[in-house]
Write a protein that binds this ligand. Structure first.
Ligand code: NAD
Ligand code: DAU
Length: 336
């Protein structure tokens, strides 16, 4: 199988490419990535020079480029990760989110349609369901109630992708995963930011009361789920992929303090995120029933592995926390 992976230099996309090339002999991967601040070819150093891998630097909004890749590389399937992915950045500046997440997805869909692509997996998020009151959990039929510009752009891309199944018969499935964590995650998201700050003795900024709930999914479990959907998912179907691990943020951060040995005094309450979703919760019953997938990693083991990785790769973290990262940090946290 020839796969086009978009956003393969980011956190989850790179984990997916490493997973595919190490477990699925006979699969060739072409990685299309624009290398934004979040894209990093160091994440793929382990497969550098692999005979079944090619990297192409480019924008998913560039439809002629996508069409030529689909045709020239005889692509059988697209797995679409490329996105602007961080909620806080979407609050600081929304437009790039709609350019990439909506118009970029549209360009991919049109290219897929024109070249009669055989299979498409659109990678999305549980954030499109918005806040969910306990004890409810979102299944795939739950209404979309996006709260942030990021989630609105993802919800728009999901609906556009599904419309291409209904109207044009594209063989496409949508995945909606919960919060991922693991090695190589850009240190703007909760877990890698807190690990990085704890390891260097910097304040740990807790938004509001820290009682917001997220469901944590180890990135390799997510990648297995996406593969299952790629192989066995049905056209027009949405698949929730959750970690079965719902925790308040403060519990997660306290565990990071314990496992890193950092001081409680680093905990720093700061002004809440505007529009902050209180609780995400989803059921992955459909993945379990239909595709025989369930998450394998328990949170304590996954978190310890992740902390060990950041300890052992402090140079990776220092390099991605360059000038542009410091500007973002100042913008997002400076006056909180
Ligand atoms: P990321 O920010 O780490 O990586 C995004 C990648 O996309 C980067 O390599 C970037 O260079 C690339 N990219 C951005 N704009 C592009 C463009 N216009 N053209 C080509 N490449 C472009 O993101 P991630 O956390 O790995 O998330 C990947 C996908 O999974 C996203 O679609 C996101 O919405 C979804 N998702 C993420 C999570 C999570 O917890 N991180 C959970 C559920 C779903
Ligand atoms: O649910 C899936 C989504 O998870 C993905 O679609 C997004 O791409 C991904 O960024 C993530 O969104 P969240 O907003 O849930 O993740 P984030 O890591 O930014 O924040 C997790 C929680 O931690 C959230 O309640 C906000 C809080 N937080 C975050 C940061 C960065 C803090 O309290 N302090 C912080 O500094």
């Amino acid at each position: 199988m020839n796969l086009l992976v978009t956003g393969g230099a980011g956190f989850i996309g790179s984990a997916f490419i490493r997973y595919v090339l190490s477990t699925r002999a006979g699969t060739r991967v072409v990685n299309l990535d624009a290398l934004t601040y979040a894209g990093n070819l160091e994440n793929l150093a382990a497969i550098d020079g692999h005979k079944d891998y090619r990297f192409v630097r480019g924008e998913i909004t560039d439809q002629p480029l996508v069409e030529s890749l689909l045709a020239d590389e005889r692509i059988d399937a697209v797995v679409h990760f490329a996105a602007e992915s961080h909620v806080d950045r979407s609050i600081l500046s929304s437009k790039p989110f709609f350019d990439t997440n909506v118009l970029g997805t549209l360009a991919l869909l049109d290219a897929a349609r024109k070249t009669k692509l055989a299979r498409f997996v659109h990678v999305s998020t549980d954030e499109v369901y918005g806040d969910i009151d306990a004890p409810h959990e979102a299944d795939e039929g739950f209404p979309l109630r996006a709260s942030s510009p990021y989630s609105a752009s993802k919800a728009a891309s999901d609906l556009t992708a599904l419309s291409y199944v209904r109207t044009f018969g594209l063989n496409l499935s949508v995945t909606r995963a919960s919060n991922n964590y693991g090695p190589y995650q850009f240190p703007e998201k909760l877990i890698p930011l807190m690990i990085s700050n704890a390891l260097t003795g910097k304040p740990l900024p807790i938004y509001g009361d820290g009682q917001q709930i997220r469901d944590w999914l180890y990135v390799d479990d997510h990648c297995r789920g996406i593969w299952a959907v790629l192989e066995r998912g049905a056209a027009g179907e949405v698949y929730n992929i959750g970690g079965n691990c719902s925790l308040p943020n403060l519990d997660v951060v306290r565990r990071i303090l314990t496992f890193t040995g950092a001081s409680e005094s680093l905990l720093t309450p700061v002004a809440d995120r505007p529009g902050h979703d209180r609780r995400y919760a989803l059921t992955s019953g459909k993945m379990e029933r239909d595709l025989h997938w369930s998450p394998l990693m328990d949170f304590e083991t996954g978190l310890r592995l992740t902390i060990d990785w950041y300890r052992a790769n402090s140079e990776w973290t220092q390099r991605v926390q360059s000038g542009a990262y410091r500007d973002y940090y100042e913008q997002n946290y400076g006056s909180r």
